[in-house]
Design a protein around this ligand. Structure first.
Ligand SMILES: [Mg+2]
Length: 286
């Protein structure tokens, strides 16, 4: 791959039929709107630009997310937000899993995404065992005891040739929790469970979680479907999720310098493997 070129947002709007925006590090910094992000959204709404916010969020409902954006000055309709929680519907439909007894660890909103998809909720200590476990959010659990219970369940069912399905909507390992402060995402706990299961049983696809969010294919496929085009560009701040995922999905990518990525000149990307290299560097949203 050639090294990235500097570009501007107006060039991207002109060149592509759809624009996908990451949320944290691109539109907001975790607390406030980033410079010009609100004006850009207003302009795209007025011009009916085909844009979507593509975010790994799985713990908050789309309605709440719209309100959070509004509190920072953004008018982003929920039809323009594609998050990993709402991908549960496609996962359940594609696997023909309606009615499957399901354990969801996470917030009430995480549970709602899963019940909206047509499953039946069960608890870890109830009479009926789950056939599907969704790790929807990192809190609020005692993870040591919860993971030990899950390890027992997944191990036993694997040995009975009747593995429990494991789904991780949001594959973020850490997440920003204020300036310089990070929390462990649900992926950290799923990763511990997967590693423990591999130590016990060796590598098996049935012991690995299905991941729905960036950098994995389901969220990009959903965005491409909603946009109705593959002539799209993903604008993000994380090379390992936004850029790598866009590259795998076969769409172009632009990295901003307002979030986790701080590389701002093409030569700084030369040491990186192709899959992490964006097509463009976008210095600002102006
Ligand atoms: Mg980000």
């Amino acid at each position: 791959m050639t090294s990235p070129t500097q570009t501007t947002i107006s060039v991207l709007i002109e060149k592509y039929d759809a624009l996908f925006f990451d949320s944290f590090g691109v539109l907001i910094d975790g607390v406030d709107a980033l410079p010009n992000a609100v004006d850009l959204i207003d302009q795209m709404n007025a011009d009916q630009t085909n844009y979507f916010v593509v975010t790994n969020d799985a713990s908050v409902s789309l309605d709440s997310r719209v309100e959070t954006f509004a509190s920072k000055g953004f008018s982003i309709p929920k039809e323009r937000i594609i998050n990993s929680g709402s991908l549960m519907t496609g996962y359940i439909a594609e696997g023909d899993l309606q009615g499957i007894p399901t354990l969801v660890l996470g917030t009430q909103d995480a549970k709602d995404y899963t019940t909206d998809a047509g499953v039946r909720l069960v608890s870890l200590d109830g009479n009926e065992e789950p056939d599907l476990v969704v790790i929807g959010h990192s809190g609020p659990y005692d993870w040591k005891s919860t993971l030990e219970e899950l390890l027992r369940l997944f191990s036993r069912r694997f040995q009975q040739n009747n593995p429990v399905r494991l789904v991780l909507p949001n594959p973020d390992f850490i997440y920003p929790n204020g300036p310089g402060v990070f929390g462990f995402g649900a992926a950290a706990f799923v990763n511990a469970l997967e590693q423990a299961l591999e130590r016990l049983h060796g590598p098996h696809d049935s012991l690995i979680a299905t991941k729905l969010g960036k950098p994995h294919a389901p969220i990009f496929n959903a965005a491409i479907d909603s946009a109705g085009t593959t002539n799209a560009v993903m604008i993000g701040d994380q090379l390992e999720t936004d850029i790598s995922g866009a590259n795998s999905a076969g769409i172009d990518s632009a990295v901003v310098t307002t979030g986790i990525n701080r590389r701002s000149t093409p030569y700084e990307f030369e040491v990186l493997p192709d899959e992490l290299t964006p097509r463009y560097i976008l210095a600002s949203l102006v």
